[in-house]
Design a protein around this ligand. Structure first.
Ligand SMILES: C[S@@+](CC[C@H](N)C(=O)[O-])C[C@H]1O[C@@H](n2cnc3c(N)ncnc32)[C@H](O)[C@@H]1O
Length: 222
């Protein structure tokens, strides 16, 4: 969804906010413009650097809520699946707007309890958030679509919204494939494994599914 927009508008200076390990960054880097990827994690940045082969890319370790760039430095600024990993995500949005001279894109997972699989997934996500929270990993409930859209609206941006509904089913064990990484980090894996088994029993073999995704494509008024 973001890549389609990049290919269409052909930006020259792109900022990837919270690039993570760079799988998606690598696709963007191949699109042509000069790209800077930032993340607060040194480890993520190292992985991103090795994932991106283009020499049209630069990397910087920084907090998205305090970007070390001058106003209007980039003509295309995007984040993908990251705002819900930080408290005060609106500050990151303000920074994205400040450093962009033109486009600002946000792509976030969205909850919608429209069927049993979606409701199971919301319950599963809560257990994941609880264990991650105790393990010291920042991750919050998905931002509501009204809050996200409202944040763009009240900042006087021109914007379009695209919602991708996903109902692809995921098995319980696939959803929780890296649960043990976090339960071990809490120092009380037995407690968390019991919670996991209790949830499995509560959902009674019920299926989970992928998240819906909301893309907001915004431009600064000219
Ligand atoms: C789920 S990953 C998303 C990675 C990437 N955007 C993608 O689409 O694959 C979230 C990333 O946000 C980063 N992150 C979380 N809070 C941050 C903050 N306040 N400033 C910068 N990076 C942050 C994390 O380090 C992590 O790499």
């Amino acid at each position: 969804m973001i890549l389609t927009c990049i290919l269409k508008v052909n930006p020259q200076r792109i900022l990837d906010v919270c690039c993570g390990c760079g799988t998606f960054t690598a696709e963007v880097a191949a699109s042509g413009g000069h790209l800077i990827a930032v993340d607060k994690s040194h480890t993520a940045l190292l992985r991103c650097r090795s994932a991106v082969s283009s020499d049209m890319a630069g990397y910087a370790c920084m907090d998205a809520r305090q970007l070390g760039f001058a106003d209007n430095t980039f003509d295309f600024v995007y984040e993908r699946f990251s705002l819900h990993h930080m408290a005060n995500w609106e500050r990151a949005l303000d920074e994205m707007i400040r450093v962009s001279s033109d486009w600002i894109l946000a792509l976030e997972p969205i909850d919608d309890p429209r069927n049993e699989q979606k409701r199971n997934t919301i319950a599963a996500q809560q257990l994941f958030l609880d264990v991650q929270h105790e393990a010291g990993f920042e991750h919050y409930t998905h931002i509501g679509s009204d809050s996200l859209i409202g944040a763009f609206k009240c900042r006087n941006l021109q914007y379009e919204v695209e919602l991708q509904r996903n109902d692809r089913v995921i098995g319980f064990d696939d959803y929780f494939f890296d649960f043990s990484r976090f339960s071990l980090a809490t120092g009380r894996p037995d407690h968390w494994n019991k919670q996991l088994e209790a949830l499995r029993e509560r959902l009674g073999g019920g299926l989970l599914c992928e998240d819906d995704i909301l893309l907001i494509r915004a431009r600064k008024p000219r």
